[in-house]
Ligand binder design. Structure first.
Ligand code: NAD
Length: 291
């Protein structure tokens, strides 16, 4: 039975995963090497809870329970020793994932299950960084985690049926719908999303229209809830570029990152998290209204 969960990486995704984990009744420790990232995570989770309270989606008892069961730490050793499940949410770079899973393997107990929140990478390859491929799986959450209903569960070559069943139950207890699929780079969702988002950058680069016009065309013409530029600003342009680089390497030419996307990343325009991506958020107030 899963009681204790450690989430590694408290960025855009890790903080949301930690929150829905605590909401699901688990004892959760959120870990990061960067103290500032942990502080930001704590503030954002508090904001989500305040909004949940004001909308009556959660009660003050739930908030109290979450405050008692959700912990923040830069020192994962002790929590890893007690963990039944570790969910990794560090940047989409093979070297970083390898380093993190090597560390987790060292401190986690033998029964502990390992999940990666990778958007694109092979859970089989990630499992090869550990000594427990049958206990390793991908658990792909979506952004923003507390609002998005799906967890895409991806089995690696050696993932056991038992691991897949337990992970599905955990995701459901976190309030999520699930699909369980077999591994192929990009899975179902990231493969489509990266392709559409990259194509939009090529269109922008070709002068086809403004970001507003392209987003509006996709939303109203194709019935997408968000335009590709609104979405990439939420996802993070750096995260999207890492995904595309991986898919380009594994699946070929059609995933080559648009040069304009690379240029925006070089300029530090990473999306909402830095205040500017395709759109400029310095002129948008907290309610999301342009001033
Ligand atoms: N951003 C999205 O919309 C999205 C959606 C689904 C999946 N993902 C995937 O989730 C993962 C995380 O993405 P993100 O957007 O949250 O990244 P992010 O850059 O916002 O956060 C990553 C965090 O990991 C921390 N970190 C780096 N190395 C670490 C280490 N060795 N130990 C502990 N913490 C460490 C960083 O300090 C940072 O706070 C990636 O694999 C990404 O592909 C992202």
């Amino acid at each position: 039975m899963i009681s204790n969960i450690v989430v590694i990486g408290s960025g855009v995704m890790g903080r949301g995963i930690a929150y829905v984990g605590a909401l699901g009744g688990y004892n959760v420790t959120l870990v990061d090497i960067n103290e500032q990232a942990l502080d930001n995570a704590k503030n954002e989770i508090n904001q989500i809870m305040d909004k949940g309270l004001s909308l009556r989606k959660i009660t003050s008892e739930t908030v109290k329970t979450i405050e008692e069961t959700l912990h923040f730490s830069t020192e994962p050793k002790e929590a890893l020793g007690k963990a039944d499940l570790v969910i990794e949410a560090v940047p989409e770079k093979t070297d970083i994932k390898r380093e993190v899973f090597t560390m987790i393997e060292e401190f986690a107990n033998e029964k502990c299950l390992f999940a990666t929140n990778t958007s694109t990478m092979s859970p089989t390859e990630i499992a090869s960084f550990t000594k427990r491929p049958s206990q390793t799986i991908a658990m792909h959450f979506f952004n923003p985690v507390h609002k998005m209903p799906l967890v895409e569960i991806i089995r690696g070559l050696e993932t056991s049926d038992e691991t897949a069943t337990i992970i599905r139950e955990v995701a459901e207890r976190m309030g999520k719908e699930t699909v369980v699929i077999n591994e192929f780079p990009g899975f179902v969702t990231s493969r489509i999303s990266a392709l559409v988002g990259n194509e939009a950058f090529y269109m922008l680069q070709e002068g086809l229209g403004t970001p507003e016009e392209i987003d509006k065309a996709i939303k109203l013409g194709l019935n997408y809830p968000m335009g590709p530029f609104e979405l990439v600003d939420l996802v993070g342009l750096d995260a999207r570029l890492n995904n595309l680089k991986y898919l380009h390497e594994k699946l070929g030419e059609k995933y080559r990152p648009a040069p304009l996307l690379e240029q925006y990343v070089k300029a530090g325009r990473l999306g909402r998290k830095t205040g500017k991506g395709v759109y400029d958020y310095s002129t948008i107030n907290k309610e999301g209204v342009k001033q």
